[in-house]
Design a protein. Structure first.
Length: 61
């Protein structure tokens, strides 16, 4: 399944979570990360799967 980018409409062929970036953001900005993570979990889009993803998106960054 190829999903278009909402900004530029280019097809997104695959997605990967960047673990190192995720950990860096968690370490450097713990309050902001936690707050955004809570807001994201409450949003409907948290249940949507990513393009070519096997499971739902579980973290904000």
């Amino acid at each position: 399944m190829n999903t278009p980018c909402p900004l530029c409409r280019t097809l997104i062929s695959h997605t990967d979570l960047h673990e190192e970036l995720n950990q860096t953001v968690k370490t450097c900005f713990p309050k902001v990360y936690h707050g955004r993570q809570l807001n994201f979990k409450k949003a409907q889009c948290a249940k949507w799967s990513l393009p070519s993803g096997r499971k739902c998106f579980r973290t904000f960054w």
